[in-house]
Design a protein around this ligand. Structure first.
Ligand code: AMP
Length: 281
């Protein structure tokens, strides 16, 4: 496996591979890899000639009061895990390599970035679309793999690649969960034992919502109320948002028809967790 820190070097390496006809699968990550990331890497390795993984904690997608500095990092562990999962190349640039002095260009997707996580984290998606665009122009992947865990991110990236005619197929992969249902996240390490125990309420409340819909409930307001009620039974949970939106447009839904995304963000202390489910009726 090859590890690159510099843009010019990985470009040079990949352009040669691509000239030889190699099909490239790409998995952008912020590192501190877990089974969720590894499921993406395994798929990229299975479906392409080469799997490229980037590990970069991207400062432009963190707000000033967010956890950029303390975001967990362990490159050696990540390198081993990525290799075992089938990665052929790791790209791990530093911040100055990606945003050198004088950097001035940002990519912004409108409207669908203003709701859900975009409303609570202003500027977050601008940082995401900017770094993903940069990574795509460095790697030039045929396919790029994203997790359904970040449902809005996957939709925003799909919109961006369509709008900007980027030649990359966006593959969205299922959420990988702990045994008790908690969606895997690098941020789960922040949780103390009590918070960790109570955090299972995110997936439980989504399962409850799905059950209500299956039983025939179509009023999004009532379903939201049931989710909020369940979450607020956990004393350490502070709801950021609970939303029921059209799975494509991300617009709020009142009466449930066809495909809805139920998404939520809940804070435990300073740790903000997200989860979601898509329900089709
Ligand atoms: P991150 O390192 O958190 O930026 O995540 C990198 C990629 O892994 C994103 O496309 C995430 O959606 C995806 N991912 C993170 N957690 C999970 C999970 N539990 N299941 C599936 N994909 C995930």
């Amino acid at each position: 496996m090859q590890i690159f820190n510099h843009i010019a070097e990985i470009k040079n390496y990949l352009r040669k591979e691509q000239k030889n006809g190699k099909i490239i699968g790409f998995v952008p990550t912020m590192g501190y890899l877990h089974e969720g990331h590894l499921s993406l890497i395994r798929r990229a390795a299975n479906e392409n000639d080469m799997a490229i993984v980037s590990i970069f904690v991207n400062p432009t997608q963190f707000g000033p009061a967010e956890d950029f500095e303390r975001y967990p990092r362990d490159l050696q562990r990540d390198v081993n895990l990525a290799q075992q999962a089938g990665a052929n190349v790791i790209f791990t640039p530093d911040v100055a390599e990606m945003y050198p002095q004088g950097y001035k260009t940002y990519v912004e997707v409108q409207e669908i970035t203003n709701t859900l996580c975009g409303a609570s984290r202003p500027g977050h998606f601008r940082g995401v679309t900017t770094i993903v665009t940069k990574l795509f122009s460095i790697v030039r992947p045929d396919r790029a793999y994203f997790g359904q865990k970040d449902a809005q991110q996957a939709i925003v990236i799909q919109q961006m690649t369509k709008d900007l005619d980027m030649d990359v197929e966006i593959m969205v992969c299922p959420i990988v969960r702990e045994k008790d249902g908690l969606a895997m996240s690098s941020r789960n390490v922040y949780l103390n034992p009590q918070e960790r125990e109570q955090a299972v309420v995110l997936s439980e409340s989504l399962a409850l919502a799905k059950k209500l819909i299956i039983q025939g409930e179509r009023d999004a307001f009532k379903i939201k109320a049931a989710i909020v009620d369940k979450i607020t039974q956990k004393p350490l949970a502070k709801i950021d948002y609970v939303s029921i939106v059209d799975a494509q447009t991300l617009k709020d839904i009142h009466h449930i028809t066809n495909r809805v995304l139920i998404a939520l963000a809940v804070k435990f202390g300073s740790t903000r967790l997200i989860d979601n489910i898509i329900v089709e009726v």
